[in-house]
Design a protein around this ligand. Structure first.
Ligand SMILES: [Zn+2]
Ligand SMILES: [Zn+2]
Length: 425
């Protein structure tokens, strides 16, 4: 029988090579933008009490209904691998006493999440998100500031084709009235909807507005819009958010179809769309969630957040060819011929690394030709060679890989010479 190697679970992936470089570039860029704007990093546990998500995200959402990785541990506690980042941050805010800090508390995370979804392009069962949460401030300025920070992240990544789509989802005073109006509009038309929307009509009618099914799209354009049905408080808040955003150089559109897939949003919601090639992919989204903290057992604390998809953003970075000239960490290869030279090369390699110069060697290869082939595959700028003669003389050959020029230097000077050359290129 052939030996079977293990495979990763469906919908997961290994992140390495070029993908890992994009991943790191996105992570560094996001974390710098967040830190500079005064956000504090938070890492929460990978799993939480199942009830946190059932209550926080909402029973009727797809996430809680069909996508959670829920299990019982050996003590019989029901735990769930986190499917999203906001409920855990709110739990930490309440449990760790962050209410006693000066408000608002601005937090950010860069974490992996888990949802049992049908794997498809850019969609994984273990996926990564970068997120911002600002807790304890009801001012519309905070909404606008989160939108500005999100916009800055994509600008710093040099992603061009983005547009921010903004809507308001109303509050407990005006949303139920709007939902009634919406249900009334759809009442005689349920048979024209897709199978999912037939269910949504009963369980989560707002989601009727962001279905991508052709049948449903036609009806959406005629449906009543929530921004025309906001109460005066919501209307005033939303107007002010837009006025602030107008002050900045941010491309945005009002979009009544942005309703987000979570129950906890109130007021401002927004998505950042990639609008290249006529496509409209959401790279991330967020909004205000003034009710969530109370839903999770806390006092009334207003909050705004954002979550961005790492995989989808990296796809866009690749498409727009941003960040392709990653700095090279290794620019030196050390090659040897003979056992005495091998020992000297081993020391040279470590002297280079001690001096902070990235270098590699292949000590299992005996022939210089084989080693030079590897050096050119690695694309290094210089190869340092020690053969039998150099080992005897105490010298090293520096080979410039681009020009092919070779020069001999005393061993003691090589690290200094190389360090100078790398700095000048
Ligand atoms: Zn309202
Ligand atoms: Zn539909």
């Amino acid at each position: 029988m052939a030996k079977r190697i293990f495979q990763k679970p469906r919908g997961t992936r290994d992140i390495w090579g070029e993908d890992r470089k994009y991943f790191q570039l996105l992570r560094d860029t996001f974390e710098n933008v967040a830190e500079e704007a005064g956000f504090l990093k938070i890492d929460t546990p990978s799993f939480e009490d199942t009830k946190l998500f059932v209550r926080g995200v909402g029973k009727e959402t797809d996430i809680v209904g069909k996508e959670m990785y829920t299990f019982k541990d050996k003590s019989g506690n029901s735990l769930t691998l986190r499917p999203e980042g906001t409920a855990p941050v709110v739990r930490a805010y309440l449990e760790d006493g962050m209410q006693s800090l000066p408000q608002p508390v601005s937090l950010y995370y860069f974490s992996n999440f888990f949802r049992y979804e049908r794997p498809q392009a850019g969609r994984y069962r273990e996926f990564w998100q970068f997120g911002l949460e600002v807790l304890g401030d009801k001012s519309p300025l905070v909404d606008a500031n989160v939108i500005a920070t999100v916009s800055r992240i994509y600008k710093k990544l040099n992603i061009q084709n983005t547009s921010i789509q903004i809507n308001s989802m109303g509050c407990p005073a005006c949303r139920p009235k709007y939902i009634k109006l919406l249900k009334k509009f759809y009442a005689g038309k349920v048979t024209k909807l897709c199978a999912d929307c037939k269910k949504r009509y009963k369980t989560n009618p707002l989601r009727l507005l962001d279905c991508k099914n052709d049948k449903c799209l036609a009806l959406q354009s005629e449906a009543p819009q929530i921004i025309n049905n906001l109460c005066s408080t919501c209307h005033e808040h939303f107007k002010t958010v837009l006025e602030y955003v107008d002050e900045l150089d941010i491309l945005y559109e009002l979009n009544p179809k942005v309703v987000r897939g979570f129950d906890y949003y109130t007021g401002t919601v927004f998505e950042i769309w990639n609008v290249s090639d006529g496509a409209q992919n959401s790279l991330g989204g967020g909004g205000r969630y003034d009710e969530l903290i109370q839903t999770l057992g806390g006092p009334s604390v207003p909050a705004v957040g954002f979550g961005g998809g790492v995989e989808r953003t990296i796809e866009e970075m690749k498409k727009e060819e941003v960040g392709l000239d990653f700095p090279k960490n290794v620019n030196i290869f050390v090659a040897q011929l003979g056992s005495k030279a091998r020992k000297k090369c081993f020391k040279l390699l470590n002297d280079l690394l001690d001096a902070g110069i990235g270098a590699e060697a292949r000590f299992d290869k005996g022939g210089i030709g084989d080693q030079l082939k590897i050096a050119s595959k690695l694309g290094v700028g210089y190869t340092l060679l020690i053969g039998q003669r150099e080992a005897f003389d105490g010298t090293v050959i520096i080979k410039d890989m681009a020009s092919g020029n070779q020069e001999v230097f005393p061993y003691e000077k090589v690290v200094k010479v190389i360090s100078k050359r790398l700095k000048s290129t």
